[in-house]
Design a protein around this ligand. Structure first.
Ligand SMILES: NC(=O)c1ccc[n+]([C@@H]2O[C@H](COP(=O)([O-])OP(=O)(O)OC[C@H]3O[C@@H](n4cnc5c(N)ncnc54)[C@H](OP(=O)(O)O)[C@@H]3O)[C@@H](O)[C@H]2O)c1
Length: 320
């Protein structure tokens, strides 16, 4: 599985990450069907498959029931192989959530996550938003506390799992990492993805499959991942599953989609150079931006470049 840089850090994360809500919590969730929590053998198979597929990023949270504790038990002796993302601010008592973003609770929550996960540092800690993103970021003191914990070496990167566009745009300015919902049915966070990419804030995508409502067909699944990987700034797509065969399918489709995009970019770059003597650098666009803007403008990369040439009135080399 392809590794991508986590924003400005030197941490490399797999382009698909495993979301672990379902290993610890099955009440007050929005999945299409009820499910039983997996036993330890099933968790072992799932995490073993993730490892085998090259996934190195696990996403959890105190609000995901027993998820952190179960991961902590499984990770004994394996910690160094994984990048761990957890959260703070939401507490779930089995029926409902309450939220606390005070500095004291933020610090206590991080210390508890360290104990539960059996580690002396957390790679990523995100504020687990209740929807009031801007107030959490700007006036709760929680982000400042995470920054202190980062300075002390207990946390490597900090940010927010945001729910609003203004919150996500603010995160692009002040966070290392933003977790944002994005899929083919809901691209409302697109301006925040662009802002995150411009500022070096890493994006982790949540709800890629609309919590299981957008992956009923292989085409739906592919379409979502194609939309997401064509967006700028994406470090990893956090997909929740309990099923190792779904995980395998997701990684296969993700690799296929990213491979097609890279191939398109290679062909488009080669044709741009052959036809107009230009490189993508000359055009002043990143590869992903160029792909997003132009790949739908023709059936092939070459047709898209012809459309590009026409739009900007470029003279082909042989006519000069
Ligand atoms: N506020 C937050 O911070 C927040 C909120 C939501 C999510 N998250 C994070 O993001 C992760 C993902 O979000 P999510 O769990 O809400 O939703 P999701 O990843 O959009 O969808 C997960 C659902 O899709 C199903 N699924 C996955 N792959 C499939 C496949 N190949 N074929 C058919 N079904 C498939 C899973 O069922 P199976 O188990 O049957 O595969 C599961 O029910 C979470 O686990 C969590 O780590 C964070």
């Amino acid at each position: 599985m392809m590794l991508r840089r986590l924003g400005r850090s030197d941490c490399l994360v797999s382009a698909v990450a495993l979301g672990t809500v379902k290993i610890g919590r099955n009440t007050a969730v929005r999945y299409p069907r009820p499910f039983a929590l997996p036993d330890d053998a099933a968790v072992d198979r799932l995490l073993g498959t993730a490892r085998e597929l090259g996934i190195n990023l696990l996403d959890t949270a105190p609000a995901y029931g027993s998820s952190e504790e179960r991961l902590g038990r499984w990770l004994r002796g394996r910690r160094q192989d994984w990048v761990l993302c957890t959260k703070c601010g939401e507490e779930f008592d089995g029926e409902r959530s309450r939220f606390d973003f005070s500095p004291a609770h933020t610090r206590a929550s991080v210390e508890r996550s360290l104990r539960r996960l059996g580690t002396d540092y957390l790679d990523i800690v995100l504020l687990h938003s209740d929807g009031d993103d801007l107030a959490i970021l700007e006036s709760s003191g929680a982000l400042e506390t995470l920054i202190e914990l980062r300075r002390d070496g207990l946390v490597r990167a900090c940010g927010i799992s945001a729910k609003t566009l203004p919150g996500a745009l603010a995160a692009a300015r002040c966070c290392d990492v933003a977790m944002l919902a994005y899929n083919s049915e809901d691209t409302s966070m697109a301006p925040a993805l662009a802002a995150c990419a411009a500022n070096g804030c890493a994006v982790l995508v949540k709800k890629a499959f609309g919590s299981g409502h957008l992956c009923a067909t292989p085409e739906g699944l592919r379409q979502n991942l194609a939309t997401i990987y064509a967006a700028p700034g994406i470090a990893s797509v956090v997909i929740g599953t309990l099923d190792p065969s779904h995980l395998r399918e997701n990684v296969g489709v993700a690799e296929g989609v990213m491979g097609e995009q890279m191939l398109w970019i290679e062909r488009a770059s080669a044709y741009l150079n052959k036809r107009y003597g230009l490189s993508l650098e000359d055009v002043g666009e990143t590869e992903v931006d160029f792909y997003r803007r132009w790949h739908d403008q023709g059936n092939t990369a070459e047709e898209a470049i012809e459309a590009f040439g026409e739009k900007y009135d470029l003279q082909p080399i042989e006519q000069r």
